[in-house]
Design a protein around this ligand. Sequence first.
Ligand code: NDP
Ligand code: 8X3
Length: 253
Amino acid sequence: MTRKQPQTVLVTGATAGFGHAIALLLAQQGYRVIATGRRQERLEALAAQAKGEILPFKLDMTDAAALAALPQSLPAGWQEVDVLVNNAGLARGLEKAWETKLEDWQRMIATNVTGMVEITHALLPGMVARNWGHVVTLGSTAGTYPYPGSNVYGATKAFVAQFMRNLRSDLLGKQVRATTIAPGLCGGSEFSQVRLGDATKAEDVYKGTHPLLPEDIAQTVAWVLSLPAHVNINHVEMMPTCQASAGLAVDRT
Ligand code: NDP
Ligand code: 8X3
């Protein structure tokens, strides 16, 4: 199977962190990139900065009507999306389950689960009809390894991992690939600031560590896309060398 060139990629959450780095790298590599997010001015700045073609397209992942209107709402010439990078997402809070705000749980589910499946539902039929495509979704080590305060965030990422495995099952026999990328500790993005709502606390998360960086995630996305069309990377779990699973906890009180 020969690739159509250039490929059109839609990246969600391209205004910051991973999505920003993914959009820049893919544009530099010759992909036509549709960069989405809520902060329009950031999308414009990204397009201006890119060494390649980036279309800024404002999109709120909690706006079901806007997601359902895809791909027809994209400008002419941009409606055949070959690659969807489901990156937009967030964590809110690190409290124990009974101390959390319900609205934080609702927002994580609305963005990481509902928005992600709705945009996939909108774009996947075109890929299948053209028999060409790739869906790459950002999971997390939090979807596999439990930790205190992860409660709903980790559960949304477990949903991502299983949804993507199930997509692979449905896509058997189609030239449409499905990949989860599940990173661990990653700095250089707004993730901890959004989660904790406090710049100092967010900085402390990475103190004394050498975390993954958004560019590492971007390179991983570029790698899974670049492989020959018959190769599907199902799931990539990645951590910095300063991080590892530390076993089960025991209460000795
Ligand atoms: P950032 O906070 O830096 O970026 C998140 C992006 O998601 C922003 O561009 C933001 O855009 C977008 N976003 C959030 N809510 C919405 C919404 N309602 N509609 C549209 N866009 C939205 O986080 P990261 O880059 O670190 O995280 C990216 C993904 O990677 C997330 O899914 C996260 O869960 C996952 N991840 C992060 C890890 C980390 O340690 N950083 C590790 C493992 C996974 P805007 O606000 O402009 O709308
Ligand atoms: C982000 C990684 O460990 O903060 O998904 O949950 S973690």
